[in-house]
Design a protein around this ligand. Structure first.
Ligand SMILES: [Zn+2]
Length: 86
């Protein structure tokens, strides 16, 4: 998975609209990916290593707003497909 692959997938999906914050249309795909940590009970404190969603990150070149896209939805989770969702 590389930045070009992510950019092409987003284009395929029609995710090409202007920035939701500043309305410019210049983005950079950030290197690598991130994980959104899912947590339903904050009373337990932050749990490290709990359920998470791997996401690609896009940063607006103008205002720096960051948008995340789940890699699974883009078909980019090849090796580690999480099928436990249910
Ligand atoms: Zn922006």
């Amino acid at each position: 998975m590389n930045r070009e692959e992510i950019a092409n997938k987003l284009k395929d999906k029609g995710a090409t609209k202007a920035c939701h914050r500043c309305n410019k249309n210049h983005f950079s795909v950030l290197d690598g990916y991130s994980n959104l940590i899912l947590q339903d009970d904050l009373s337990k404190g932050l749990v490290i290593g709990g359920p998470s969603v791997p996401v690609a990150l896009l940063a607006c070149n103008n205002c720096g707003a960051i948008t995340s896209h789940a890699l699974g939805a883009l078909g980019l989770l090849k090796d580690k497909e999480d099928k436990s969702n249910g």
